[in-house]
Design a protein around this ligand. Sequence first.
Ligand code: F6P
Length: 525
Amino acid sequence: MTPSLSRSPAWHKLLAHRDDLGGKTARELWRADPARGSKLTVGCASLALDFSKQPATEETLALLCALARERGLVESIEALFSGAIVNTTEKRPALHMALRGDEHTRAGGHDVMPEIQRGRERLRMFSQGVREGHWKGATGQAIRHVVGLGIGGSSLGPKLAAKALHAMADGPEAHFIENLDSAEFEDTVARLDPAATLFVIASKTFTTEETLANAASARAWIERSLGAGAVERHFVAATAAPGRATAWGLPACNVFAFPEWVGGRFSLWSEVGLPVAIAVGMAAFDRLLAGAHAVDLEFRSRPLEKNAPALLALLSVWNRNALGCASHVVLPYAARLSGLPPYVQALEMESNGKRVDRDGAALDFSTAPAVLGSEGTPGQHAFHQWLHQGTDPVSADFIVVATPMGSDADRHARLVAHAAAQSEALMNGVETPEPWRSCPGGRSSTTIVMPALDPHHLGSLLALYEHKVFAEGALWGINSFDQWGVELGKKIAGSILPAARGEGTAPDAATAHLLGVIHKLAQSS
Ligand code: F6P
């Protein structure tokens, strides 16, 4: 059982330290120690993390590291990397790191590396074949569009990476369809030529309703214009359930299987990344893996005091549990990183949105904050007002790319100025005679600086977040690798589907009422 924070000596020391700081903001801490910038900036592979706008000192970090040691973070990291059963409810290891490295790792008593290398080789051959036009559609045309059909972890990562790396994409154009709403499918394929389109059905379980509905629509769309025989030239699958993919109608050679120990939200690095490999090429995909691997090596080996993912997690615990931040915003100042906030949201909230520990005992402290965000600068004109003058404490991550992504260097300088200005304003606030103009400041933020938006640094950024979320889960004592909470709604949706179709009544009175309102409006419009 995870010891309650309230019974942790290290936590009590942290709370006493918080009280000693007496609510000092990072602005006041900067005044007291003008050298804190370099003391509180940590490297991570080739990223830099500036923690100096956190209401924390070197002593805070030392006390947080003591908490981490008391709660066994170092041992948890080693257990993760050595293939221990960290996903206790599903009795599996979580070895996504093995997909991007070359270390021999054992799972279930055998070395997983030969299987990984075979998978990577198949990915290389297939993506190259599609890109070079050797893999042709049923009418002999080369593929110009690759469409990922998946949802959640089977879509958010590839969608984010494909957009982030769009500038270097020289293969078929990548698209993604996730929603059960058929309008998304129809809007997307309206722009595509079936003869030149390849669908990648990405589903770990191959049972997910949304993905199977989109796959069925895609099959009907292909068959309508190219005939039933065309399916095997226009569909492949990435899945941990290859038998279900072949039962769906795919030849075994179109199925790219990956192991059960790859968690859905950690699956970009596996065969699920196929649309990205096709769009940008396997050499770039290899660089994405290498960038993530560089962070894996540091997370496993660095002392906590210099371990960026661990420090990011510890400061999250500081903000969440000591300073009461129930929300956290992710703010990439890069148009092409618009997929990052939803990706981090799923990673954090599906992994750590839990209320019991690994043994099922109720936790008596808060876990994952609500994660939201969007790319800067558009977010400034949407929800930053709430960040600056809202009533509740909130923490933030800014992500800044040091070199221009577009062709206009001056516009990039202006973008950087806005990112820095927002974090400065959140830290310092402003006091004016008119209360409606005043901003309290004192908001915690970390700025993550990437040298460039390229495959290697993107891989590092995503691995940084993965390990941050794992370390938080370890500190809170929860299993970050399951997501049982999403099952209930799926079950209810299945049971009320007849009523939603207008056949019978839903058993729950409130739901029956709501369906009645919806049906009435449908009839009158
Ligand atoms: O419902 C949530 C979830 O289970 C995610 O964890 C997962 O990434 C997503 O659905 C899709 O699942 P699958 O890859 O099995 O289709």
